[in-house]
Design a protein around this ligand. Structure first.
Ligand code: MEV
Length: 303
């Protein structure tokens, strides 16, 4: 086949710095894009198609096929074949499905001949994300589509420009159930004890607002403390585990200004630690066999 050079598009992964789960119940969340993510590229073809990565499980495969069919329909089935490449650990709470949705949606919208507006990209990518997660808040794909630190509340995102760099270390703490399952199990607890759970979600909302203000002002110690308090609240909601708590303790012992689980949590998943300089800690933890990496989420490149 004569392969004509096609288009390519990148969707960054994300970390939720503060506010996961509360955001599903209308509270704000603070989230930023990772340097890692999903790249989608295309070549001209007779009909719209997607090469499904081999590493996916049967259920992930099915979800991706459904999500792709949805976005293909919404963009008028442009004649391209789409391929994917990712350097994000999947199913770890780092927004791989949101990143994929953004990369693929942007590609299909461009191929359908439209000038892609930010609002349109976010709206169509959200339709794709819903196929993966059921009733997502939208924070994952919005963070990926904006590519900046945002304060997100269902239906509204504000870009934040912190005075100092916000740098985190991301460590992986074992496998976890799907986001959909964890969100659903929490929904059942919340329906059973609504007053208690509402109070916890409101406390998360308050800590997100404090932490976002601290981030903008360059008060990294204040942001770190907000992260520690948020971890306590996530634990109270039944979203932490021994593996997650041990990793949080390890990052704090390594000098993190704050550490918490990020994403849906549950049995395992990713933990973030806020560090002024995370790279030396990455080297140290890797030597101890921990799978981790560093990323700058926002702020000027140097102090
Ligand atoms: C998942 O990255 C974040 C959750 O708050 C779910 C959502 O916002 O849809 C757990």
């Amino acid at each position: 086949m004569n392969v004509v050079a096609g288009e390519s598009s990148f969707g960054p992964g994300k970390v939720i710095v503060l506010g996961e789960h509360g955001v599903v119940y209308g509270q704000p969340a603070l989230a930023g894009p990772l340097s890692r993510g999903v790249r989608a590229w295309s070549e001209p073809a007779k009909r719209t198609s997607l090469e499904i990565p081999e590493v996916l499980s049967a259920s992930q495969r099915l979800a991706l096929e459904r999500a792709f069919a949805r976005v293909a329909k919404l963009t008028g089935h442009p004649p391209i074949a789409v391929h994917l490449d990712s350097d994000l650990p999947p199913s770890m709470g780092l927004g791989s499905s949101g990143a994929l949705a953004v990369a693929v949606t942007r590609l299909l919208l461009r191929a359908s001949g439209e000038r892609v507006s930010q609002a349109q990209l976010e709206r169509v990518a959200f339709e794709m994300e819903k196929e993966f997660h059921g009733t997502p808040s939208g924070v994952d794909h919005t963070t990926s589509a904006r590519g900046s630190l945002i304060l997100f509340r269902k239906g509204k995102a504000t870009t934040l420009r912190p005075r100092r760099p916000v740098k985190v270390l991301i460590a992986l703490a074992g496998e976890r159930a799907s986001t959909k399952q964890t969100v659903l199990a929490l929904r059942e607890r919340q329906a059973r004890w609504p007053a208690r759970y509402t109070r916890l979600f409101q406390s998360i909302g308050a800590v997100v607002r404090d932490g976002a203000k601290a981030a903008v002002e360059g008060d990294l110690e204040g942001l770190g403390d907000a992260m520690n308090v948020n971890q306590g609240l996530l634990n109270a909601l039944g979203l932490s585990s021994l593996a997650l708590e041990e990793m949080v303790a390890r990052l704090r012992a390594a000098g993190a200004l704050g550490a918490k689980l990020t994403g849906a949590g549950g049995d395992g998943g990713a933990v973030i630690g806020l560090f002024r300089e995370p790279e030396p800690v990455v080297m140290k933890l890797r030597k101890a066999g921990i799978d981790c990496f560093a990323s700058q989420l926002a702020g000027p490149e140097a102090l």
